[in-house]
Design a protein around this ligand. Structure first.
Ligand code: 3PG
Length: 395
């Protein structure tokens, strides 16, 4: 695909799809990471003489104007990140958008209102895509984290204008390719989270690609059940046990070693500070639930990480949001961070919960790459083609 370097942007209005779908509390952006990550793209477009007009969605207004989902809310954080004022048009198409674009001067940045206020965005309506495209002369997509959506502003428009990937999109794709496309082997994947059923495609794809698969979180319990182990009151999807057995069998055939917990931390209550004990993975009392992996499991994970050259991580290993059940996730994150710092491991992670867990463990700064994507990262790990990326391929 093209990058910003391949397009002639001088004097052009560059429709720039960004993902500024950030967490907000009481009208304030609480984590501006996604906003900060688009700065290089905006600056590079300006350096090439282009005027960036930012296209973005915010939340899920479902095709209607919802005032609380106006993109106005991100303007202060955007201005702070860019170090300049940001103009705003309270429509994404039509007269107000056209007038705002017509008023632009070199050096300006304009933000258009939430593209999801229009029904044509999510249906990828060609007429809506054409109305946005008509505002500019080039298109840059820097929203990897929205690339799993085939929407007008991520997919349709890329077919109507000279199109390129922005810097963040480039960096995401490069890091992900280094992790699963042409990785340094052995590759270890860590997959955690609550349910096997939500990550079935992910597990099925990974066993064909990676050398080691560490399974943690609630989904590990389902794998224990599949091996005939009693897990008491633990979260487990008993109806998925056959599926889990098949994944275990297929992994062996594919040359992938699956690592399940060998010891677990159990408690009778799901709450912070709950009284708990560490037992063997097959010794969960009938009235208790597994909330974390134990120290022996962490030692084994450490040894797998030490044997590996590339790590890809999605999902926490335990109930990391409540202490002390964040022990295994924190410990594994810190081991990965140290090995990365020492130049022994290439580490890539993504997914909202995962990034929160790695931040909490103080490990994210050391990781080779932390994706800004949640759903898109997962779909990419599942081996799916992302429509927003596919639409950027050179034609
Ligand atoms: C995200 O937050 O993961 C992206 O902005 C995509 O949002 P969506 O899941 O509402 O499409």
């Amino acid at each position: 695909f093209n990058t910003i370097d391949d397009l002639d942007l001088d004097g052009k209005v560059v429709l720039t799809r960004v993902d500024v779908n950030v967490p907000v509390e009481n009208g304030q952006v609480t984590d501006a990471t996604r906003i900060e990550k688009i700065v290089p793209t905006v600056k590079d477009i300006q350096a090439k003489g282009g005027i960036p007009v930012l296209l973005a969605h915010f939340d899920r207004p479902k095709g209607k104007r919802v005032d609380s989902m106006s993109l106005k809310i991100v303007i202060p954080a955007l201005e702070k990140a860019l170090g300049q004022p940001v103009k705003f048009a309270d429509e994404a198409i039509g007269g107000p958008a056209k007038r705002a674009v017509a008023d632009l001067k070199a050096g300006d940045v304009l933000l258009l209102e939430n593209t999801r206020f229009y029904p044509g965005e999510e249906t990828n309506d060609p007429t809506f895509a054409a109305s946005i495209a008509a505002l500019g002369q080039a298109y840059v997509n820097d929203a990897f984290s929205a690339a799993h959506r085939a929407h007008a502003s991520t997919e349709g428009i890329a077919r109507l204008l000279p199109a390129a990937a922005g810097r963040l999109m480039e960096a995401e794709l490069k890091a992900l390719d280094a992790a699963l496309g042409a990785p340094q082997r052995p590759v270890v994947a860590v997959v955690g989270g609550a349910k096997v059923s939500t990550k079935l495609e992910l597990l099925s794809n990974l066993i064909t690609k990676v050398d080691h698969l560490v399974i943690g979180g609630g989904m590990a319990n389902t794998f224990l059940v599949a091996q005939g182990i009693e897990v008491g009151k633990s979260l487990a999807e008993r109806d998925m046990a056959d599926t889990a057995s098949k994944i275990l069998a297929d992994a062996t055939g594919a040359g992938c070693t699956i690592h399940l917990p060998v010891d677990v931390v159990v408690a009778r209550e799901f709450k912070a500070g709950a009284e708990n004990e560490t037992v063997a993975a097959d010794a969960c009392p009938a009235d208790a639930m597994i909330l974390d992996a134990g120290p022996e499991t962490v030692t084994r994970i450490q040894s797998v990480f030490e044997q590996s050259r590339t790590l890809i991580w999605n999902g926490p290993l335990g109930a990391f949001e409540i202490q002390p059940f964040d022990m295994a996730t924190n410990a594994a994150a810190q081991i990965a961070a140290r090995l990365t710092r020492e130049g022994k491991l290439i580490s890539v992670a993504g997914g909202g919960d995962t990034v929160a867990a790695l931040n909490k463990a103080g490990a994210s700064d050391d990781f080779t790459f932390i994706s800004t994507a949640g759903g898109a990262f997962l779909e990419w790990m599942e081996g799916k083609e992302l429509p927003g990326v596919a639409a950027l391929q050179k034609r």
